[in-house]
Write a protein that binds this ligand. Structure first.
Ligand code: NI
Length: 185
């Protein structure tokens, strides 16, 4: 079932979400619907506040870089090197993130901020502790798009959007567009 993706200006996107305490069948159904919604809108990540629920739940599915000659991207999963794709799609609750490394600029967009893309500076690596829906825990150490996506999605759980993290000059440029978005959501 496709879910309604909340848009910029909706207060649900600005609240701090509560930890998930029980992994229920309802939660698993919700994850299926979130994935379906994410695929239908061609997103690579979706956080529960974006579909109107202030709980610490995220889904992510990052495609393999299909450029010819590229090696499969490897990440550290519970201390072992594994292909990034081997843990996709990823659904997790109550993430703990520790971004580290060099700051770098990358263009981000968001299913809740339609029509806007902007450069955001974030650390290029992340250590993460994620609880999966079978109750197991994944400890990741990664870079690349997954590190970027984890930071973007986990920001949603604390009421932050990527447009909060752009340069002050970009904020001025975006402010008109954002006001318009909030007025027409
Ligand atoms: Ni987003």
């Amino acid at each position: 079932m496709l879910l309604n993706v909340k848009q910029y200006g909706d207060p649900v996107l600005r609240a701090v979400s509560a930890p998930v305490e029980h992994i229920t069948d309802d939660l698993k159904n919700l994850v299926e619907n979130m994935l379906e919604t994410m695929y239908a809108t061609e997103g690579i990540g979706l956080a529960a506040p974006q579909i109107g629920l202030n709980i610490r739940l995220v889904v992510i599915d990052i495609p393999e870089d299909e450029e010819e000659g590229t090696e499969p991207e490897m990440i550290t999963v519970n201390g072992e090197q594994k292909p990034m794709r081997s843990i996709m799609p990823l659904a997790f609750i109550n993430p703990e993130l520790e971004p580290y490394g060099e700051q770098y600029l990358f263009t981000e967009g968001c299913l809740s901020v339609r029509g806007i893309r902007a450069n955001v500076s974030r650390p290029d690596r992340v250590r993460a502790r994620l609880t999966l829906l079978d109750g197991s825990v994944l400890e990741l150490d990664c870079g690349g798009l997954l590190a970027r996506c984890l930071q973007h999605e986990c920001d949603h759980l604390d009421g932050f959007l990527f447009v909060d993290r752009v340069s002050s000059a970009a904020k001025i440029t975006l402010s008109k567009k954002l006001k318009k978005l909030a007025a027409t959501r």
